[in-house]
Design a protein around this ligand. Structure first.
Ligand code: T5A
Length: 206
C-alpha cells in the first residue's frame, strides 16, 4: 500500500490558511479522495490542552524556551498518535501548520535559532516530512485587517505587526532552500489562490 500524501499549510496569522484548507477538503470530498484534517498546535486531547496554554493571553510571562517546547510537545503527540498512522494506512493528511511554523515563529522571529528548531522539529516528528507545503504569503497589515473583523486577538497575535513581519521574512528565507514549499501570493481572491494550490497538489496526486 502506498503512503498517504502529507500536505501542510503555512503562513503568518490570518493569511487565509483555514479558508484554503476548507476548499481543498471540499475538493477531496467531491473526488472521493480519502483524507483527514488536523491542526497544530492541537488535534489530540493532549495537544488541545497545550494549545489553550499557548494561546491564552493571560500567559504573557511564558518564556521563549517554554513556548518552543510546548509547541514541540503538541507536535510529538499529534505526529505519533494521528499523522504517522494515517499516512501508513494510505490516508492523505491535510495539516493546518506543522514544523515550518516553529522555524518561522520561534526559530526566526523569536531568535531561538534554526539549529535548535531544526533539531527539535526532527525529534518531535520522528523525521516525518511534508510532501508539499503551501505557504500563503501576504503582508501583515492586510492579514491584520482580515483578522480584525473576527474580534479578539490571542497571545501570539497580540505581539503585533512588526512580529508578523519577522515571521513572514523567516518563512520566505526558509522557502528559498526547500523545493517542497510552494509560495503563493495570498493577496488575491480565495478562488484564484485555490487554483494554484489545486494545480500543485494535483501534480502530486496524478
Ligand atoms: N504557532 C503555531 C507558532 O508560533 N509556532 C508553531 O510551531 C505553531 C504550530 C496558532 C498560533 O500559533 C503560532 C502561530 C499562530 O499565531 P491559530 O489560531 O491556529 O493559532 O492561528 P492561525 O493559524 O493564524 O489561524 P487563523 O484562523 O488566525 O488564520 P488563517 O487560518 O490563516 O486565516 P482564515 O482562513 O481564518 O482567514 C482569516 C480571515 O480572512 C478572511 C477569512 O474569511 C477570515 O475572516 N479571508 C480572506 N479575505 C479576503 N481574501 C481572501 N483571499 C481571504 N482568505 C481568508
Amino acid at each position: 500500500m502506498s503512503k498517504g500524501l502529507f500536505i501542510t499549510f503555512e503562513g503568518i496569522d490570518g493569511c487565509g490558511k483555514s479558508t484554503q484548507l476548507n476548499l481543498l477538503k471540499d475538493e477531496f470530498t467531491k473526488q472521493d479522495i480519502d483524507f483527514i484534517e488536523v491542526r497544530e498546535p492541537g488535534g489530540t486531547a493532549v495537544g488541545e490542552k497545550i494549545r489553550t496554554i499557548l494561546l491564552d493571553k493571560a500567559n504573557d510571562s511564558m518564556t521563549r524556551m517554554a513556548e518552543l517546547l510546548l509547541f514541540e510537545a503538541a507536535r510529538a503527540q499529534i505526529t505519533e498518535e494521528v499523522i504517522i498512522p494515517a499516512l501508513n494506512k494510505g490516508i492523505n493528511v491535510i495539516c493546518d501548520r506543522f514544523y515550518d511554523s516553529t522555524t518561522a515563529y520561534q526559530g526566526y522571529a523569536n531568535k531561538m535559532g534554526t539549529d535548535l528548531t531544526d533539531f527539535l522539529n526532527l525529534k518531535a516528528t520522528n523525521e516525518t516530512y511534508p510532501d508539499i507545503t503551501i505557504l500563503l504569503d501576504i503582508d501583515p497589515q492586510t492579514a491584520y485587517t482580515r483578522r480584525a473583523q473576527r474580534g479578539e486577538e490571542d497571545r501570539i497575535e497580540k505581539l503585533g505587526l512588526a512580529y508578523q513581519e519577522k515571521v513572514r521574512e523567516g518563512y520566505l528565507e526558509l522557502a528559498k532552500g526547500e523545493d517542497r514549499i510552494k509560495v503563493i501570493n495570498a493577496d488575491n481572491t480565495p478562488e484564484k489562490i485555490f487554483e494554484q494550490i489545486h494545480s500543485y497538489i494535483w501534480d502530486l496526486i496524478s
